[in-house]
Design a protein around this ligand. Structure first.
Ligand code: CA
Length: 246
């Protein structure tokens, strides 16, 4: 196995323009070198940082296509790095969590990570997730199928699909991309119950391994942000819907 963490800057120049770049921020060298080996074999240009603050700096400097981010890091933790990265861009983020702790996942997703993996992970799974996340980031035909100029209205809620803007009583509400897509998917299918799996498939483009809680978290956020104007109803034991007559 090659050394993973030393020659960060020297690694960038030898790769061609169209090669996609992945930044791994991970303080455990055995994990980062393992991940690097598989990602490089899959054709990615890989950068590695060991500390959270270094990772953030490198992300801002190199503008990688994807960041794979450990949660517990020296310097700055993964939550904080995600928050900072989200302030000035939409670089896709896959978060690594140390153990199967649903709280970590939920918080990570709420902060805006695009996916997560629990350590120890299968490196092939990591490569597959990286490709999936990049595919979604490049081609956002995910989510709304309505024409760009479509405006969806439910009572006091107004959704401008093309501009990706949401208003309640004329006042703009700030939603994350996933919250927006989830809301549109449900409104477009007004009157139908959509299962969590259908929503994952529709909004995330694939199924998180058995983790339908992701949907619950995003619905909770939508309800919090939209208040009484949130048209999403829970259908116990099945999923969610927006009533046809609203
Ligand atoms: Ca760590």
């Amino acid at each position: 196995m090659t050394t993973a963490t030393n020659s960060v800057n020297s690694m960038t120049s030898q790769f061609s323009e169209d090669q996609q770049q992945v930044l791994i921020v991970e303080d455990e060298p055995n994990i980062s070198s393992f991940a690097r080996m598989y990602l490089e074999a899959a054709g990615f240009d890989v950068l590695v940082a060991e500390r959270g603050d270094e990772g953030l700096e490198l992300a801002e400097k190199e503008k990688p296509d994807l960041v794979i981010l450990d949660l517990m890091l020296p310097g700055m933790d993964g939550y904080e790095v995600t928050k900072r990265l989200r302030q000035d861009g939409q670089i896709p983020i896959i978060m690594l969590t140390a153990r199967d702790d649903p709280v970590d996942k939920v918080v990570g997703l709420e902060l805006g990570a695009d996916d997560y993996l629990t350590k120890p992970f299968n490196p092939r799974e990591l490569v597959a997730r990286a490709r999936a996340v990049l595919r979604r980031a490049e081609a956002p035909p995910e989510g709304p199928t309505a024409p760009e100029n479509t405006v969806l209205e439910v009572d006091t809620l107004r959704v401008e699909v093309g501009g990706r803007e949401v208003f309640v009583d004329g006042e703009g509400i700030s939603l994350t991309p996933k919250e927006f897509d989830l809301l549109v998917a449900l409104i477009e299918n007004r009157g139908l119950v959509l299962t969590r799996e259908q929503l994952l498939e529709r909004v995330w483009g694939f199924t998180f391994l058995g983790d339908s809680r992701t949907i619950d978290v995003h619905v909770r956020q939508l309800r919090r942000k939209l208040g009484d104007a949130c048209p999403i109803q829970t259908v116990w034991g099945t999923g969610y819907k927006v009533a046809a007559d609203r």
